[in-house]
Design a protein around this ligand. Structure first.
Ligand SMILES: C[S@@+](CC[C@H](N)C(=O)[O-])C[C@H]1O[C@@H](n2cnc3c(N)ncnc32)[C@H](O)[C@@H]1O
Length: 138
């Protein structure tokens, strides 16, 4: 689904969807105690809007890793990263991955997730992976 029409449609309408979803994402980010050298995982980062906003709030010793299952959405995320490179203080990495399976990412301190999955069974597996890999989940 996310690698098919849903992902492609999201890419086309990303600006509009971002206007709808940005605020709850910001409220999550506001809960993070931002300190130097943080490593944060953005699970289901989509087109990377939240990942990039977080990277602009962090310092140069920090890293934000956006993971998503959708290749088209990650494609736009990488384009937006390149276009906004000057505003990003922290390092940003985008990785293709299914968060309901083992993530193989060096353990981040925090994970955030904005409107990840709508399927309860998938959510259960994703949350299990997040809990196994992270100290705090918002
Ligand atoms: C509703 S979108 C939200 C995107 C982004 N967090 C935002 O706020 O704009 C849900 C995202 O979760 C991703 N997703 C769904 N299931 C996933 C899974 N099992 N592993 C990784 N990403 C997944 C989708 O590809 C999509 O990018």
């Amino acid at each position: 689904m996310w690698n098919g029409r849903a992902g492609e449609s999201w890419v086309r309408h990303n600006s509009l969807l971002e206007q709808l979803l940005a605020e709850p994402g910001r409220e999550c980010m506001n809960l993070l105690p931002l300190t130097p050298a943080m490593q944060i995982l953005d699970v289901g980062c989509g087109c990377g809007n939240q990942t990039l906003e977080l990277a602009a709030r962090l310092d140069a010793s920090s890293t934000v890793i956006g993971v998503d299952i959708s290749e088209p959405m990650l494609g736009l995320a990488r384009e937006l990263k390149a276009a906004n490179d000057n505003a990003l203080s922290a390092e940003v990495q985008f990785a293709l991955g299914d968060a309901s399976e083992p993530l193989n990412i060096s353990s981040p301190l925090y994970s955030i997730s904005n409107f990840l999955a709508e399927n309860t069974k998938t959510n259960t597996f994703i949350i299990r992976e997040i809990i196994l890999n992270t100290r705090i989940y918002i």
